[in-house]
Design a protein around this ligand. Sequence first.
Ligand code: TXA
Ligand code: MG
Length: 361
Amino acid sequence: MTTTKLWQIHDEAGTEMGTRETADKAIAEAAGLLVQGETVAFPTETVYGLGADATNSAAVEGIYRAKGRPSDNPLIVHIADRSQMDTFAEGTPAEPLRRLMDAFWPGPLTVIVPVRAGAVSPLVTAGLSTVGVRIPDHPVALALLRAAGCPVAAPSANSSGRPSPTMAEHVADDLGGRIGGIVDGGPTGVGVESTVVEWASGAVYILRPGGVTAEQLREALPDVPVREPVRTGEPAGTPRAPGMKYAHYAPKGSMRVVLGDDPEAVAEWMRRDLDAAKARGERTGVLTYDERRGLHHADAVISSGRLAEPETIARGLYAALRQFDREGATYILAEGCPDTGIGRAVMNRLLKAAGQEVVRV
Ligand code: TXA
Ligand code: MG
């Protein structure tokens, strides 16, 4: 156990606390820890990241140790300014990727580019010849990255396998006592991780759906094919992010995703299935949406957000999944949402949280 330092810059509602000077001092201290080779969690616009100096193997090793992360799952490098890429990217990124950087940085887009040999720790790339990089769109993250000056490797700041943290409290629950510090910048905005893209054989491949939607990528690149990852039941064959094979985002209880076009029929099927679970002695949970709350009965009925505003679902998803653990739910049914726009990333995470267990009603 180490003592984890906490700097509170925003409160739970995202309101700035203290003065500008105290915030600047907090950032300077947190950056100091990073430069010394410690791990520091910080907010980004997607989820909280657990950062370490990407050029320092001992520091990066600290990330894997604190998270219990498999060592074959590479990390994303975070920078404040595009010019920093010159120090660790090999050559100029492919032209379509450069257009995406122009369109979406700073923002929830990670591009995979060839890595310059020896420029970042081999632990960051998990031995691959490529590296993922992004500029986060969050004032605290950008200030920290500028103050640290080094490229910062940062996976989501959760214990491996758990839902990603969207609040500093989630980070403390998972990693308190295991990392150097936590910069509390209030709740994150997007709520699901960045979209990871790669350029290969004349197309942009989405390796992980995320905060930038496929529709947005196509709009930015009308003349370039944008290919999406294989979904449940589809044949494999596209390149994928190594991390996508691991179970992830899961609450402690068992979870299934329920799909169907008729909300009443879905709710009716869920009611019967949950009654049976209850009779077996399970503590039941339902993950639903504000508009559907009234249709459900379970020990814990939790809404991730409003179907009418899908970005609220993305924002609330991981906190909702964590809430089931607090409620002690052992058997959870999650209602699916439309698989378009940001809903694509939400469904990707829900299916992973459920270990791909799907029921169609
Ligand atoms: O929004 C985000 O991306 C957050 C915040 C903290 O920036 N970070 C994040 O990191 O989600 P992590 O480690 O939880 O997910 C990184 C994903 C994994 O699926 C990993 O396999 C993939 O990116 N990845 C990283 N480097 C890669 C590479 N060189 N080639 C292919 N996939 C890569
Ligand atoms: Mg993660």
